[in-house]
Ligand binder design. Structure first.
Ligand code: MN
Ligand code: MN
Length: 417
C-alpha cells in the first residue's frame, strides 16, 4: 500500500467521528502495549504490510479495506461485492443491458440484478420470465406496459425514484421517453435469473411455424412472413404518443387493470429520519403487488452509520446508487470481512449475518437494501442489548452502567440519532 493510501485511510478514520475514533484509539492502545503503535520507531520500520510490486492502483484506491484490512477482519469470508462496471454489457441500437447474478457474485443465490439503459424511443421488448421483477428508476422517464392475470392492461409513465413490480409470467415492456430516455435497475427474486433466458415476443414468433402463427392470427401466411427471424431484445423505435391515448387503446373493451404495478417512492414519507439520514421501506404493506421483494431505500449523510443489525427472514442484496461506503459482515466462527462500495456496486449479506454500513465519503450515500420477502424485517444490536437484563449484558461485555445507559433505547436504524 502506498504512503498516500495509508495516510488517506487514517485521515478518513479520523474524520468518521466518535465510534471510529474510539475503535482507532483501542487499536493503538493494544498496539502500544506491544510497542508497535503506528508512530513508534519499530512500526515505522515494519515492512510487513508493504507491497514492493506495483498493483492496479485505481482498484486499490477504491478498496482500501481489502488492501489493508482493519485488524478486526479475520478468516476466509466469501466475497460479497461485484461492481456492475465488470459485468458484460449487451449493446443494441436503442440501449444496453448488463447483469449481476449468482454467476458473477457466487454468494448471491436469492436475488439478481440488471442495469439497463434505453434511449428516447428505445424499447426493452415485450417479454416475461419465471422470476418476479422489481425496478428502481435511476434516471429519466419511461413508459411501462403489462397485462394482469385477467388480461386487463396497465400502461403508465415513471420517472427517477419510481418503482415497478411485475409478478412471474406477467408480460411487460419498457420504453424510454424524451428527452433522453432512461436508466434503471431491475432486481429479480432468483440469483440464477438471466436476461438471456426470458420469453421474448419476437423470439417466440421466430420459433413458431409461420403457418401456425397465421392460423392463430386468422390471416394468410404472407401477412406474418414480415416478422423478425430472430429476437430483438432491445431496439430503437419511435417515441410513443400521449399516455392517455396508449392507455385507452390498450384497455379496449375490458377496461384498465385495477392493479397498480408502479409505485411513487418519494410520495411515501420516510419511515425513519435521524440526524444521520433517512430510510423509506417499501414492501407489500405499501406497494401491494410487490409480494416477493421488500426494499428499504436508505440515505446516509457523511459519517452516518446504518447501525449494527441483522435480518432474520432473508438475504440482503444491495445496490449502491451514489456515494461511498464500507460494510463489515461478521460471518461467525471468528470470521469477518470489510469491503468498500461506491456507485454501481452490488453488495450481499447472507440471512442472519450481522453487518453495518458506514458512509465513508463526503457526500450523501444512497443505497437500496433488497430482500426476497413480502415484508421487511431487521433486528438491531442496540434493541437487543437494551431489552436484555443489564447485569447479563455487563457480564458478557464488561461495559459500565454509563455506557449501557448511553445506548440508543431500541432501534436507531441510522446514527447519529
Ligand atoms: Mn422483465
Ligand atoms: Mn441490512
Amino acid at each position: 500500500m502506498s504512503d498516500e493510501l495509508e495516510k488517506e485511510r487514517w485521515t478518513r478514520r479520523g474524520f468518521l467521528g466518535a465510534s471510529s475514533a474510539a475503535l482507532a484509539a483501542g487499536m493503538m492502545a493494544s498496539n502500544n502495549a506491544v510497542g508497535q503503535g503506528q508512530d513508534s520507531p519499530k512500526a515505522k520500520s515494519d515492512r510487513s504490510r508493504s507491497e514492493p510490486v506495483p498493483k492496479n492502483s485505481a482498484l486499490d484506491a477504491e478498496n482500501v479495506d481489502s488492501v489493508n484490512p482493519p485488524p478486526t477482519d479475520a478468516g476466509g469470508v466469501q466475497t460479497f461485492k461485484y461492481p456492475f462496471s465488470l459485468a458484460h454489457k449487451r449493446l443494441h441500437e436503442g440501449g444496453w443491458s448488463r447483469e449481476v447474478t449468482v454467476r458473477e457474485l457466487a454468494v448471491s443465490k436469492t436475488l439478481a440484478g440488471v442495469n439497463m439503459r434505453l434511449t428516447a424511443g428505445g424499447v426493452r421488448e415485450l417479454h416475461w420470465h419465471t422470476a418476479a421483477e422489481w425496478a428502481y428508476m435511476l434516471y429519466g422517464t419511461a413508459r411501462i406496459t403489462c397485462i394482469d392475470a385477467d388480461g386487463k392492461s396497465f400502461v403508465t409513465d415513471v420517472k427517477e425514484g419510481d418503482l415497478w413490480y411485475f409478478p412471474p409470467g406477467i408480460p411487460h415492456s419498457i420504453q424510454g421517453l424524451p428527452p433522453d430516455g432512461t436508466e434503471f435497475l431491475l432486481v429479480f427474486d432468483d440469483g440464477n435469473f438471466s436476461e438471456y433466458e426470458t420469453v421474448l415476443l419476437s423470439d417466440w414468433m421466430a420459433h413458431t411455424p409461420r403457418d401456425v402463427v397465421a392460423k392463430n392470427f386468422v390471416v394468410p401466411q404472407a401477412a406474418v412472413e414480415v416478422m423478425p427471424k430472430k429476437e430483438l431484445f432491445i431496439f430503437q423505435a419511435e417515441v410513443p404518443g400521449p399516455l392517455g391515448e396508449d392507455q385507452k387503446r390498450a384497455a379496449g373493451a375490458l377496461g384498465p387493470s385495477p392493479i397498480d404495478f408502479a409505485f411513487r417512492t418519494m410520495q411515501q414519507p420516510p419511515n425513519k429520519r435521524t440526524k444521520g439520514g433517512e430510510v423509506r421501506i417499501i414492501d407489500s404493506s405499501t406497494f401491494k403487488i410487490a409480494q416477493n421483494i421488500a426494499a428499504p431505500l436508505v440515505t446516509l449523510k457523511p459519517g452516518g452509520l446504518r447501525e449494527l443489525h441483522w435480518h432474520p427472514n432473508a438475504d440482503e442484496w444491495q445496490f449502491y446508487i451514489s456515494g461511498k461506503a464500507r460494510m463489515t459482515v461478521f460471518a461467525t466462527g471468528g470470521r469477518a470481512r470489510t469491503m468498500d462500495f461506491e456507485t454501481g456496486d452490488v453488495g450481499y449479506v447472507l440471512k442472519t449475518l450481522p453487518h453495518y454500513i458506514e458512509n465513508t465519503g463526503n457526500t450523501d450515500l444512497k443505497f437500496l437494501e433488497m430482500f426476497k420477502s413480502s415484508y421487511y424485517q431487521d433486528l438491531a444490536l442496540s434493541e437487543w442489548l437494551t431489552h436484555t437484563p443489564p447485569e447479563l449484558v455487563t457480564a458478557h461485555l464488561n461495559l459500565d452502567q454509563a455506557t449501557l445507559d448511553a445506548l440508543p433505547r431500541g432501534k436507531a436504524v441510522i446514527l447519529p440519532e
